[in-house]
Design a protein around this ligand. Structure first.
Ligand code: ATP
Ligand code: MG
Length: 424
């Protein structure tokens, strides 16, 4: 027997039974971006490895352990994108979208990280992201957060909490790092191996540790928010005030630093308690240095990325979702006999042209009446339309109701309209 292939670990198929909820979420995402005037950008899935090292940071989980990197034909190191912001900034600079202008962009697509697969954590996963350029904020910070809040409302997610923090300016953060290192050096015994290493290479990352044993020592560490420069403090105060004005509830989480190095000032996450430790469904913040770091003119940026699988898991727990996802077909068209087969095929195309909203499936593969009706029943269509030789000759069609009422009637083809309109 030949080999039975399995998909790559952590990379999943999205089966026909799953696609309706994905399509529903995607349509809501598109709708919300239109409401705010954001334009879609599509980037390649592979980039030069250096792009991610330079932007995300060498000493981060993503770059240290999670990237799918390969040498292309012995020449160049390439990487499957682990996130979208770096590519978006690269594309923006390369195509002149960023210099001296404002941009409000969004993207959606697969990302790749070689992590341990578990519920809500995969090796290929989908992100929807928003990136804005050329606006200093905090007005745009709040707009982007409001866009995400509106999406939760639209899709009926209620148990999500907005957490915010400020990372301050680079200068203030360097001063804070000195204090942080001093503190952790006094508590070396409480640090795990990763954190001891990061104490030298990237001490802020220790605050982002997922190790429960580190919780205590992190909780008692000096707070970033207490070491902000004046301008970042004013930015943060204004952000809070604007969120209040829009009645968007938040909690301040002074340990929120995010897992990527390019952020400054505002950072935020939307977190749910319903997915265990994979509770962050949306995360982002301000990255004013990134465009320059990647070779463009200094331009402020603000954005976020959402993990769509996690949102899908939450959606599936919702009651009443089925009603929003109706993908059932309306009509199953059966044909009996050779003459009727072509007539049925032509009629199916004609009806699709006349009623673009009608979901019509034409029986293919032959078979007797009983077999075709069985298929019609299984298709969950409301009605079966049946054409035999007799119907072809008389320009008629038989309508068989398959659900509540089971009656069968014969109508002239020209009189089919009200029956079909009733279904759509
Ligand atoms: P986490 O702390 O869960 O590892 P992260 O900080 O690495 O997340 P980001 O890089 O900020 O995540 O990505 C934004 C969002 O993308 C996350 O909040 C999450 O919803 C989703 N996400 C990240 N990694 C994965 C993954 N491996 N599988 C599924 N979703 C993911
Ligand atoms: Mg991660």
């Amino acid at each position: 027997m030949s080999k039975h292939f399995q998909s790559v670990k952590g990379m999943n198929d999205c089966l026909p039974s799953e696609t309706p909820v994905w399509q529903y979420l995607e349509s809501c995402l598109r709708a919300v971006t239109e409401m705010y005037g954001y334009a879609e950008i599509r980037m390649p899935m592979v980039e030069k490895t250096e792009l991610f090292c330079r932007s995300i940071g060498e000493v981060t989980d993503i770059v240290e352990k999670e990237m799918y990197t390969f040498i292309d034909k012995g020449e160049e190191s390439l990487t499957l994108r682990p996130e979208g912001t770096a590519s978006c900034v690269r594309a923006g600079i390369q195509n002149g979208l960023i210099y001296n202008q404002q941009q409000r962009l969004w993207y959606m697509g697969p990302m790749f990280r070689r992590e341990r697969p578990q519920k809500g954590r995969y090796r290929q996963f989908y992100q929807f992201g928003v990136e804005t350029f050329g606006i200093n904020g905090p007005d745009i910070d709040v707009e982007v957060i409001a866009l995400s809040a509106r999406l939760w409302k639209m899709i009926g997610l209620t148990n999500v909490e907005l957490q915010i923090n400020s990372l301050g300016s680079n200068v203030a953060r360097e001063a804070y790092k000195v204090k942080l290192v001093e503190y952790f050096n006094q508590h070396l015994d409480d640090l795990d191996e990763d954190s001891k290493r990061r104490l030298v290479s990237n001490p802020l990352r220790i605050l982002d540790s997922k190790n429960p044993a580190m919780k205590g020592v992190i909780n008692d560490a000096p707070k970033l928010l207490e070491h902000l420069d004046d301008e970042s403090q004013a930015h943060f105060d204004s952000l809070c005030e604007k969120l209040n004005a829009l009645d968007i509830k938040y909690v301040i989480n002074s340990k929120l630093v995010r897992g990527l190095d390019y952020y400054n000032r505002t950072v935020f996450e939307w977190v749910t308690t319903e997915l265990g430790s994979q509770g962050t469904i949306c995360a982002g913040g301000r990255y004013d240095g990134l465009v320059e770091q990647l070779g463009g003119q200094s331009t402020p940026g603000f954005g976020f990325a959402m993990g769509l699988e996690r949102i899908i898991l939450l959606l599936k727990q919702q009651s009443g979702l089925e009603d929003k996802l109706s993908t059932k077909i309306d009509v199953y068209l059966c044909t009996l006999g050779d003459k009727a087969e072509n007539a049925g095929m032509i009629l199916a195309e004609k009806l699709r042209s006349e009623y673009p909203k009608l979901r019509l499936q034409l029986h293919c593969g032959g078979g007797n009446f009983k077999k075709q009706l069985k298929r019609a029943d299984k298709s969950e269509a409301e009605i079966a339309l049946i054409i035999g030789e007799d119907e072809v000759d008389k320009n008629q069609i038989t309508v068989k109701y398959l659900r509540e009422k089971k009656e069968q009637i014969s109508v002239a083809l020209v009189d089919i309209k009200p029956i079909l309109l009733d279904l759509i």
